[in-house]
Structure formats: structure tokens, C-alpha cells
Design a protein around this ligand. Structure first.
Ligand code: PBG
Length: 331
């Protein structure tokens, strides 16, 4: 029997190609990262993220309506406070930017699933993700002191109405600390999506410009992961699962698809991935030059993340992707 034509038959018509597709994506798996800032009546474009903005709370409505219309039902909020200090007090202030934004958005759009980023770097004057040690090495972050503040941050965000919290700080033991703080406050049903496998990455560059959160000294290498290490990534994910994470995230996405697959295989909870600011910025820049086809690149990147094993995909392209899914371009 002649076998060599079989695969070709499966590729022969668009209908059949679609019938046998191995990876399917749906807009309900998309998360849109959104920046909110203190102040009034302002929407500022982020230079290194063309088409992405920082919004004051009173200006978020058109964007949210646009997302919902496109079929994007989930956002992750990042706060940019006017006031930053050594211990990031605005991260856990009752009337902090995130707390006000969440409560406004959840009251107006109860159908929107709101996830909050739990980290101190946008709120500290030095830009590190935690409290900086007074003793020891200058660049060290005091892990345990930071846990207490992260727990307070998470509880205050959930009190304001957040549906899920996403710690991105990479301190050791933070999932367990946040879990027990949430439980003690009666939020036993609020899930934690942990940025378990977060590499110290230059792909975060444009985000740091957006949030004004670049560290003023040192770097994040003592708490974010070394990108040479794959097995350490699995270890981080397993630890977070043990501590009670409901979803684990791999970040960045495009250069870390192997990690997505590893974590997918080694854990039994959903894997999320974040296609970060640098990935978006590169596509935008090349597209602006006319060097690549933006839409197809965006679609290909997204499908690759799902193919690798992600169930959730966070991206600045969430709305455009949802539109492509609707049009049947991917999905
Ligand atoms: C906060 C945080 C960062 C990102 C998400 N949460 C920045 C960082 O760790 O430096 C990056 C997201 C992006 O680049 O789009 N810790």
C-alpha cells in the first residue's frame, strides 16, 4: 500500500485542516494587562508600547467596553501610584490606586473577571519588588518582611473586589503566606495565580517604563530566575503548587515555550503564560517598519503558547486576538 499521500490529504482543504486542528483557542482564555494610575481625566500612551495606555480610574470605561465587546472577559490590573516610598505603602492602602480601580470596575462591570498583580515594585521608591534589607548586601530584598506586605496587599485587593490575585514578586513562600492571609480573612474561594516561573528578563523593559518600576540600583536577579535554568523552573512551579497555587504562570512567553511544556507536564493545574511587554514592543516596531505582518505574527505567537500547553494567555494583543478568533482566522 502507498502511504506517502495520507498526510497531504489531511491538508488538502481548509475545512479538513480545521477539523483536524490540534490546538483550539477561545477568547475566554485571554487576559488583558491594563495600567491604572492616580490622578484624574488622563490617558497617557506608553512610548515603548504603542497602542497601550495608562488610565486614570475615571477614564477606563471606553477601553473596558471595547474589550467586552470583542469577547475579552478578563483583565489584569497594574497600579501606578503618585506616591512611592521605601515600603510601598500604596500597594496595600485601602484607597490605593488598585483598590479604587478594582472597586470601580467590579461595580460597573460585574461580568468582567478582574485579576490583580501582587507586587511592590510599582509602589517602592527604589523599584524593587520587596523591602530592601537594611543589613547584609545592599541589593538584597528582605524576603520575610516582604511576605507580610504582599499578604496585606492581596487581602486589600480582594476586599476591594478582585476575583483572583497574581503574585509576581518571586519572594520565597509568598503563595503560602497569601493563601493563609486570604483564608484568615474569609476569602477561601479566591484563587491564586502564581507567577511561579518568572525569569529575570530584559523582555520586561517597556513595562518598567510604563510603570516607572525599573530598580534604581541593582537588578532583580536575586529573586527572579536565571534564564539558563530549566529544571529550576520546574522546581519553582512544584513548590508553588505545594503552597496552594491554583494556576501557575510562565513568564515571559515566546522565548520560554519549553518551560510552558515542562510545567504543563509536571503539574496538574492550569498553566498560564504572559506574553510580556518586550514581545509586544518587538512585534509593533517591526510591523511599523513594514518588515512583518503584525496580525499573522500575533496569531502565530498566541497559538504557539497554547500548543506548548498554556490554558491562559495574557497579552497586550488580547482584543485584537479575540477579533481574529471571531473572524475565524485562528481558533
Ligand atoms: C511586577 C511585574 C513586572 C511585569 C509584570 N509584573 C515587571 C518586572 O518584574 O520587572 C512585566 C510585564 C511585562 O513586561 O509586560 N513585578
Amino acid at each position: 500500500m502507498e502511504l506517502k499521500n495520507r498526510p497531504r490529504r489531511l491538508r488538502s482543504t481548509p475545512e479538513l485542516r480545521k477539523m483536524v486542528r490540534e490546538t483550539r483557542i477561545d477568547a475566554s482564555s485571554l487576559i488583558y494587562p491594563m495600567f491604572v494610575m492616580d490622578g484624574k481625566a488622563r490617558v497617557d500612551e506608553i512610548t515603548a508600547l504603542p497602542g497601550q495606555y495608562r488610565y486614570t480610574v475615571d477614564m477606563v470605561d471606553p477601553k473596558i467596553e471595547e474589550l467586552l465587546k470583542a469577547g475579552v472577559n478578563s483583565i489584569m490590573l497594574f497600579g501606578i501610584p503618585e506616591h512611592k516610598d521605601e515600603t510601598g505603602t500604596q500597594a496595600y492602602a485601602e484607597d490605593g490606586i488598585i483598590q479604587r480601580a478594582v472597586s470601580y470596575i467590579k461595580n460597573r462591570y460585574p461580568e468582567l473577571y478582574v485579576i490583580t498583580d501582587v507586587c511592590l515594585c510599582e509602589y517602592t521608591s527604589h523599584g524593587h519588588c520587596g523591602v530592601v534589607c537594611e543589613c547584609g548586601r545592599r541589593h538584597d530584598v528582605d524576603n520575610d518582611k516582604t511576605l507580610e506586605l504582599l499578604s496585606r496587599t492581596a487581602v486589600s485587593q480582594v476586599l476591594a473586589g478582585a476575583d483572583m490575585v497574581a503574585p509576581s514578586d518571586m519572594m520565597d513562600g509568598r503563595v503560602a503566606a497569601i493563601r493563609s492571609a486570604l483564608d484568615n480573612n474569609g476569602f477561601t474561594n479566591t484563587p491564586i495565580m502564581s507567577y511561579a516561573v518568572k525569569f529575570a528578563s530584559s523582555f520586561y523593559g517597556p513595562f518598567r517604563e510604563a510603570a516607572g518600576s525599573a530598580p534604581s540600583f541593582g537588578d532583580r536577579k536575586s529573586y527572579q530566575m536565571d534564564f539558563h535554568n530549566r529544571r529550576e523552573g520546574i522546581k519553582e512551579a512544584l513548590l508553588d503548587v505545594e503552597e496552594g497555587a491554583d494556576i501557575v504562570m510562565v513568564k515571559p512567553c515566546m522565548s520560554y515555550l519549553d518551560m510552558i511544556r515542562d510545567v504543563y507536564e509536571r503539574t496538574d493545574i492550569p498553566v498560564a503564560t504572559y506574553s510580556v511587554s518586550g514581545e509586544y514592543a518587538m512585534v509593533k516596531a517591526a510591523a511599523a517598519k513594514g518588515w512583518i505582518d503584525e496580525k499573522s505574527i500575533m496569531c502565530e505567537m498566541a497559538v504557539a503558547a497554547f500548543r506548548a500547553g498554556a490554558s491562559l494567555y495574557e497579552t497586550y494583543y488580547a482584543k485584537e486576538l479575540a477579533e481574529c478568533i471571531k473572524e475565524g482566522r485562528i481558533g
